[in-house]
Design a protein around this ligand. Structure first.
Ligand code: C5P
Length: 303
């Protein structure tokens, strides 16, 4: 009889980590702790990283990734596991595999979503029995955007982004994402905002949000107070927005502090048609059409 190595019978858990978009983002002002107060409506979109995790007995936390430069102890996935291991004196370790699809530095919260997924996976693997509220609290200490990934498909976030209230949107549809090949640094964007602050009252979108909104209505009313700061830090992103405008493919918004542009559609056909025009006319741009809003899926076991 062939002996089965213990690691082959340990379950491997798998979780999809969705990206987010900020449909509206008001920056209210700087805080004493170096962060900025904000108010934003975020939705989950069906562009997901995939994180798998297996428990190990050696106490080590390791990560493999399809993007080798992210195989680092600084990766939020590793830091999330470390946080729980330290807080609850866990003697087991974990081996992660991360398959990245969400652009890095694209303003879609990929790293934060991976961190939220890592917290949930470790909670399960190590049988910690922590509630989402407790996991969210650990998440907030790892990054401002981590807690929102416990409240999707839609959430209003306040404070530095860490105060989260679920906000189910009545709209469902498709999102056309346009990736520019320019990762943007979040601290640099907030610094640029501080030099020429712009605050759009959040009240402007609060009412509109509650009604049965169409994609067009949301696009008309959407805004991002960080947009000018993103353009300042990464002028290439402004160029792409201008180019799309002159290409008559409609208005695109920047998500969060990043470089990914988005436009909402009520029907898939128009979204895909527009993506086709962009890909044909602008060979340096990558497009993706995804559904939204999406929530977080349950943890699955991989054989
Ligand atoms: O919380 P997170 O690590 O994602 O923040 C990265 C940086 O972005 C912070 O150090 C801060 O410079 C800036 N930031 C901010 N206000 C926020 C969120 C982030 O100034 N609400």
């Amino acid at each position: 009889m062939v002996a089965i190595a213990p690691e082959t019978i340990l379950p491997k858990l798998l979780l999809s980590a969705p990206a987010k978009l900020n449909l509206f983002l008001s920056i209210l002002g700087p805080r004493d702790d170096g962060f900025h107060d904000l108010e934003s409506l975020v939705i989950g979109v069906n562009l997901c990283d995939t994180l798998t995790a297996s428990r190990t007995d050696d106490g080590q936390i390791t990560i493999r990734c399809n993007r080798r430069e992210l195989e680092s102890p600084d990766n939020l996935v590793v830091r999330s596991a470390q946080r729980l291991q330290d807080a609850y004196a866990v003697s087991s370790g974990v081996a992660f595999h991360l398959e990245k699809s969400i652009p890095v530095g694209g303003g879609m919260g990929g790293g934060s979503s991976d961190a939220a997924a890592a917290l949930r996976l470790c909670n399960e693997l190590w049988s910690l029995g922590l509630s989402d509220v407790e996991l969210r609290r650990h998440g907030a200490s790892l990054g401002s955007d981590v807690p929102l990934f416990f409240a999707l498909p839609g959430a209003v976030i306040t404070g530095r982004g860490d105060v989260v209230q679920p906000a189910p949107l009545s709209w469902t549809g498709w999102v056309l994402l346009v990736s520019t090949p320019t990762p943007v640094s979040t601290p640099a964007v907030y610094r640029a905002w501080s030099q020429t602050p712009e605050t759009t009252p959040a009240a402007r979108w609060r009412d509109a949000l509650l009604g049965a909104a169409s994609a067009e209505l949301i696009m008309e009313q959407s805004f991002n107070d960080l947009e000018h700061a993103v353009f300042e830090v990464a002028p290439q992103v402004r160029q792409v927005v201008d180019t799309l405008q002159t290409g008559h493919v409609g208005t695109f918004r920047v998500s969060g502090a990043g470089s990914t542009l988005f436009r909402l559609f009520d029907d898939e056909e128009t979204a895909r048609h527009t993506a086709g025009i962009i890909e044909d006319e602008f060979s340096n741009l990558t497009t993706k059409v995804v559904t939204a809003p999406v929530g977080v899926s349950p943890i699955r076991t991989q054989e």
